[in-house]
Design a protein around this ligand. Structure first.
Ligand code: HEM
Length: 256
């Protein structure tokens, strides 16, 4: 359960004071942006009634807000900027996020962008053909079960925002990590895995646009480095945790 808390501050600002109010918050936002207790913030204005504003601030925790930010050297300047509007506050409270949260479909998942389950099936089929023909990797995958490629396709599909079929049929994150324990994967083998999956992505016809490929490679880098870690002599299986959900990085999908 996250300790993050969302503070909502509702203001009613007479229309003739709204330009100075926005300018005051533009100044105060410098302190919020510099606060290590602040995750993000947004001041929104009501479309139906211009006098209503809601400031949403996500704090690392309520305590961090009250005991950290409010007692920090940033706070006096923040307060000085917004003090004239304190009497216009209609609500100022902390809210705990519930499990009801998610993303809409306005931005396609990496899974959908890649071409869905079929694309991941093509990818891992081509990939394991390459792996089994590779001098460094073939020995690691000796005696590979015929369904391995299909399982990895399900895993990747789930990570990239597709159906949760791997978790439902195979056993989730812990099961996947356990498959790597004790395998002593070397950095050379890891890098070869990374190279071959990119070659396979080309051959299997996965999208080649910059945004998709950079997000794809970011996960492959992350995942292979974890695989090496968990394959090592000192690794202990991690506590069960959800399958990671990968998303677009700094670059959004290009839709011309
Ligand atoms: C992003 C990186 C990686 C992902 C997503 C991944 C995914 C998986 C998954 C889902 C399984 C379990 C398959 C099943 O349930 O049947 C698995 C098993 C395995 N992985 Fe990985 N893996 C990654 C990196 C690596 C690397 C770098 C190596 C070695 C160079 C490796 C070697 C193996 C081996 C040997 C198994 C066991 C295969 C078997 O069951 O016989 N993996 N991997």
């Amino acid at each position: 359960m996250t300790t993050e808390t969302v503070e909502y501050i509702r203001y009613r600002i007479p229309e003739d004071r709204s330009p100075e109010f926005l300018s005051a918050y533009t100044h105060a936002s410098v302190q919020l942006a510099a606060a290590p207790q602040c995750v993000d913030f947004e001041l929104a204005r009501c479309e139906e009634d211009f006098e209503h504003f809601v400031l949403r601030i996500t704090w690392t925790s309520t305590e961090d807000h009250l005991e950290g930010f409010r007692k920090s050297e940033l706070f006096p300047d923040f307060l000085a900027a917004i003090r004239p509007y304190i009497e216009n506050i209609e609500e100022m409270r902390h809210y705990k996020p519930t499990t009801v949260r998610g993303r809409g479909a306005a931005v396609p998942t990496l899974f959908a962008w890649a071409g869905g389950a079929e694309a991941f099936g093509r990818l891992t089929t081509v990939f394991y053909e390459k792996v089994l023909a590779d001098d460094l990797l073939a020995p690691v995958f000796a005696g590979l079960a015929p369904e391995h490629a299909e399982h990895v396709a399900l895993w990747l599909a789930e990570v990239f925002g597709g159906p949760t079929a791997y978790s439902e049929t195979q056993g989730g994150h812990g099961h996947m990590v356990a498959k790597h324990l004790g395998r002593d994967i070397t950095e050379q083998q890891r890098r070869r895995w990374v190279n071959l999956i990119q070659d396979a992505a080309d051959e299997a016809g996965l999208p080649t646009d910059a945004a998709f490929r950079s997000a794809f490679l970011a996960y492959v880098e992350w995942g292979t480095r974890l695989a090496v870690h968990f394959s090592g002599p000192d690794a202990t299986p991690p506590a069960e945790q959800p399958v990671p959900k990968w998303n677009w990085g700094a670059a959004p999908p290009y839709q011309g």
